[in-house]
Design a binder for this molecule. Structure first.
Ligand code: GUN
Length: 284
């Protein structure tokens, strides 16, 4: 029997719990967690993501500021905007939506964010913490996947996890989080030889390659857990994952849909980490 992971329901439950924690924080410390989201340019997908983040933050009782900047902005001007939020005590989390326009060096931008406010967990100080096993700020998508696996009681101890995609946002941090749970991890990518064969060894298969319906049934072992991070549009503009859901669902024991799987959990973890950063600002 295949079970479909309901990321939307889990995210709603966690966000409702978070709203209660935010209310208690306000009572106890007279503090409201503040999130600043910076969007450069008019990438349609990024606009949707940013809108969803803003809406969820407000609903959970956060202070939410979204800055929409022209893609003609210079690197220095963008760094000035970040610096003003670094100095703003009412803001505990800063997120610069990626991708950035080609003339802006994203590594330089990430370095400009105060690591204590880096709720994306992209700053090298936070990636260093993650890889040394004392994570503070963790990239939100892998963090959300770990929450989902835990909520569905997926035992990772000694299991073989295969990740397809080696991005800094998903694949690489995902590998470390799975290692922390004693999984054996294979990190694959577009140039991996015999990829479908490697993927077929997976007890847990995480797919973040950015190509619609890339993973077909021959990538999947009977009974595997399949997590689809993909967000692609098909030729009719319909949102589809990296996994061919109809084929793979027949083999998987547990699978995420797109939409309604990983996406809502990413936003939840962003809010959770902003809340935790706010809490640290008064308890540290
Ligand atoms: N673009 C796609 N995913 C993400 C994310 O998790 N954080 C940011 N900042 N940009 C993204």
């Amino acid at each position: 029997m295949t079970e479909i992971i309901d990321g939307k329901a889990l995210a709603q439950k966690m966000q409702a719990q978070l709203a209660e924690k935010v209310a208690r924080m306000q009572e106890k410390y007279n503090l409201v967690p503040g999130l600043a989201v910076i969007l450069v340019g008019d990438n349609p997908a990024s606009q949707v993501y940013v809108h969803n983040k803003e809406r969820a933050a407000k609903k959970a009782g956060f202070k939410s500021e979204t800055v929409r900047l022209s893609d003609a902005i210079s690197e220095e001007e963008l760094i000035d905007v970040i610096e003003s939020y670094n100095q703003d005590p009412s803001i505990h989390g800063i997120l610069v939506q990626l991708p950035l326009p080609a003339h802006i060096n994203d590594k330089k931008i990430i370095l400009a964010i105060d690591p204590h406010k880096d709720v994306d967990g992209f700053h090298p100080m936070n990636t260093g913490h993650l890889w040394s096993g004392r994570s503070v700020m963790v990239p939100c998508t892998p963090a959300g996947i770990m929450e989902m696996l835990s909520a569905y009681q997926v035992d990772l101890e000694g299991k073989h996890a295969v990740i397809i995609g080696r991005s800094n946002i998903v694949g690489k941090p995902m590998a470390q989080l799975l290692l922390e749970k004693n999984a054996t991890v294979t990190l694959t990518h577009s140039r991996t030889k015999h990829l479908s064969e490697v993927a077929r060894c997976a007890d847990v298969l995480i797919v973040a390659i950015g190509q619609g319906h890339f993973v077909t049934e021959d990538f999947v072992k009977e009974g595997a857990v399949v997590i689809d991070v993909g967000m692609n549009r098909d030729e009719n503009g319909k949102l589809i994952g990296d996994v061919n859901f109809d084929q793979v669902a027949k083999k998987a024991s547990l699978i995420t849909p797109v939409p309604g799987g990983v996406g809502p959990m990413t936003i939840t973890m962003l809010l959770e980490q902003t809340y935790q950063a706010a809490l640290r600002s008064v308890t540290r």
